[in-house]
Design a protein around this ligand. Structure first.
Ligand SMILES: O=C(O)CCC(=O)C(=O)O
Ligand SMILES: [Fe+2]
Length: 248
């Protein structure tokens, strides 16, 4: 059965703005300096100060965070986590530095190389989404973010903060819309996968390892291809975002 979001999309007709160039819709992996943008440490510190979310076992590493099991699937628990992220100035500061100093210039360079050097803004999700998936049978069904009101002119960024060789739990993404050829993002801390999650389906399997999976994801809307005033009719909760002008 189609999800509520898919049914809303069918009724919404065209999405706004020019279609994003196909060259930008292909999955890519970007690298960043973890010493400069140490999101893993900032998240661990945030969690250490939030005993209602869980506690650290043993060595205090993020993989050993014994998060409350509802953190992954329960909506109120995820909202509570989201409020913690929204109140974590240090984490948000590092996140914004990474977006503004690394990702936005990289996207602008890609556009320049495609012959589209127009001055533009980028619209990045703020705050980003933190996912904590303790070991359990819970999984995330295949979906595309268009169901949640995201536009074609947005790109998804997904980064693990925990060690994939331990958690063995990652996001599985198809290579193009409805291809169905889901592949796990085999990346580790310091790497970010970019993909077109508005239309490409993605899912997360159950975490059958003894370690907690922690990751961060967000979307960046590309000015000229993204309409900040558009909203999927019927969707109330959209991510908040901030705007930044790119230097040429
Ligand atoms: O990491 C997850 O649990 C889900 C991520 C997701 O659906 C997304 O990044 O759009
Ligand atoms: Fe998603």
């Amino acid at each position: 059965m189609a999800s509520k979001g898919e049914r809303l999309l069918l009724g919404a007709g065209q999405m706004p703005a020019r279609p994003l160039p196909p060259e930008l819709r292909r999955q890519e992996v970007l690298r960043f300096e973890t010493a400069r943008f140490d999101l893993r440490r900032a998240v661990a510190e945030m969690l250490r100060a939030a005993p209602d979310l869980g506690h650290f076992d043993d060595d205090g590493s993020l993989e050993r965070f014994a998060g409350r099991s509802e953190l992954f699937r329960s909506f109120p628990a995820r909202q509570n986590l989201h409020r913690r992220v929204a109140a974590s100035d240090e984490l948000l500061g590092i996140y914004e530095d990474l977006v503004r100093q690394e990702l936005v210039p990289w996207l602008q360079q890609r556009l320049n190389a495609l012959g589209d050097a127009d001055p533009r803004s980028f619209f990045y999700q703020y705050p980003p989404t933190l996912r904590i998936q303790p070991p359990s049978g819970e999984f995330k069904r295949p979906h595309r973010d268009a169901e949640y009101g995201h536009q074609i002119g947005e790109l998804n960024f997904w980064m693990p903060l925990t060690d994939y060789s331990l958690t063995q739990t990652s996001l599985w993404v198809e290579s193009s819309p409805d291809a169905g050829d889901f592949q796990a993002l085999a990346i580790d801390y310091g790497e970010i996968a970019m993909f077109h999650g508005t239309l490409c389906q993605h899912k997360v399997p159950a975490n059958t390892s003894p370690y907690t999976r922690v990751s961060m994801d967000f979307r960046i809307g590309v000015g000229g291809y993204f309409d900040p005033s558009w909203q999927l009719p019927g969707i109330k909760k959209v991510h908040l975002r901030r705007e930044v002008r790119a230097d040429q």
